[in-house]
Design a protein around this ligand. Structure first.
Ligand code: URA
Length: 451
């Protein structure tokens, strides 16, 4: 076999066989195929796509490129959640302890910030001394002891995805549905879970700007997972504006702590409860979504969810003082506020732009190896739909670099659109997709209904 033949075969719109895909993936992981040839293949997939069968085979090859965890010795139902990424998305920090406090076992494997989106690992590592690099045996011990662990992708889990994702990031081939599907599912399946809930983001700050693509991605994820008998549900949620008010690592960790204490922003709590309820239904802890929601709400109210978060931080070596007293955390050296230029209603917040500004302030990275500044970021004092008067504070920017702060002030102000008229609120949760079909979210019923 020869890489050029396989690149041209894909370029010309043909499906590759299992052996051919295996040849490409193993060849690349073992450094027998250079970056430029795999890049050409990935770009050919961007234009020609992959069939459903090819996507499943590619997923399996990626999963089997490393260790596949066997967690059957740990009692309990193992479930995880994965988000396709967004701005201000700190759901994992709230959700993992919350559903674990309700009885699920959660081996959550997360990623780092890249581009305009944040990453759970950086948010966790903003907690002094918090370790995300647990070994597999530390992971299984912790799951046995407290039922939940939040870790990064280790070198022995899905090494093919690690290498190929970095190449995709550098070659404009991240936004490719079959490649995203294989990347997400291979990692999740390697972690030995029984069920998966996917938070597929739709809207201006999501992986695809085109709404319809979120539905296509969700369908492909659900259908591919079904081929591996992995119980999977995709929930499509809004990324039209950042989730919650905080954007930036420690700012988000602090907001997650507030949410675990019942004082977080309503949109963050709502998305977390919706995803968590589905996880509890998969694990048969509840028969239906509304019972599951009631359990989760009680865990937030009675302190069980927060206490589980404390257990996680303690088990992973983090500093408990800042968890118990978030105000003791050192703030960024500089901050500035941007104000509304007019009276009116916030009609839009440019989500991607907020993510990019936060990244420039120091909270994000251009390359996976860049360092991040945990204290910088943006606090949104206003969200879409809020009424404002001229001079009201729209957002507060934090950075350790005063000149970067200054440079981004007017950019941050322009990310807020103020209109005279009231606006129609947009949905926060759109739909649920599983192998039985698609249902629409009804905010009044707080449940999904068939069309
Ligand atoms: N998240 C992943 O883990 N992989 C992708 O390809 C895109 C988002």
């Amino acid at each position: 076999m020869n890489p050029v033949d396989l690149i041209t075969k894909k370029r010309d719109g043909q499906a590759l066989t299992a052996d051919e895909l295996q040849f490409l993936v193993s060849g690349y992981v073992q450094d027998n195929i250079p970056d430029y040839q795999l890049s050409a293949f990935l770009m050919a997939v961007y234009f020609s796509g992959m069939t459903a069968d090819e996507t499943a085979i590619f997923t399996q090859i990626m999963r089997d490129s490393g260790r596949v965890l066997e967690l059957s010795a740990i009692s309990g139902f193992k479930a995880d959640k994965h988000s396709t990424g967004g701005v201000g998305d700190k759901v994992s920090l709230v959700l993992a302890p919350l559903v674990a406090s309700a009885g699920l076992v959660v081996p959550m494997i997360s990623g780092r910030a890249l581009g305009h989106t944040g990453g759970t690992l950086d948010k966790l590592e903003s907690i002094p001394n918090f370790r995300t690099d647990l070994t597999i045996s530390e992971l299984t011990n912790q799951l046995q002891k407290i039922g939940v662990a939040l870790i990064g992708q280790t070198d022995d889990l899905c090494p093919a995805d690690k290498k190929i994702y970095a190449l995709r990031d550098a070659t404009g081939t991240v936004q490719v549905i079959p490649l995203i599907t294989a990347s997400i599912l291979s990692k999740k399946m390697a972690a030995g879970i029984d069920a998966l809930v996917l938070d597929v983001k739709a809207g201006k700050g999501a992986i695809f700007k085109d709404q319809e693509k979120a539905w296509q991605l969700a369908r492909m994820l659900v259908n591919t997972a079904a081929q591996f008998q992995l119980k999977t549900t995709a929930i499509i949620t809004s990324m039209q504006q950042p989730l919650g008010n905080a954007v930036g690592n420690w700012l988000e960790a602090k907001e997650a702590i507030e949410t675990l204490n019942g004082n977080g922003p309503a949109d963050l709590a709502e998305v977390t409860l919706t995803l968590g309820a589905q996880m509890l239904v998969h694990g048969r802890i509840s028969e239906n979504l509304s019972d599951a929601r009631a359990i989760l709400k009680s865990k937030l109210e009675n302190g069980d969810a927060f206490n589980k978060f404390v257990e996680i931080v303690e088990a992973q070596g983090g500093d408990l003082t800042v968890i118990r007293e978030p105000h003791s955390y050192p703030a960024a050296k500089h901050y500035s506020v941007v104000k509304s230029p007019a009276d009116g209603v916030i009609s839009d917040i440019l989500c991607r732009e907020i993510g990019k500004i936060s990244m420039e302030l120091g909270a994000g990275r251009n390359a996976v190896t860049d360092p991040v500044d945990y204290t910088s970021g943006i606090y949104l004092n206003k969200k879409v739909g809020d009424r404002v008067s001229s001079g009201d504070i729209l957002a507060t920017a934090f950075s350790n670099e005063p000149e970067v702060l200054k440079k981004n002030e007017s950019r941050l102000q322009k990310a807020f659109k103020v209109m005279d008229d009231e606006i129609e609120p947009e949905p926060l949760i759109y739909a649920l997709i599983d192998t039985s079909g698609e249902r629409k979210w009804d905010p009044n019923l707080q449940d999904f209904t068939s069309p």
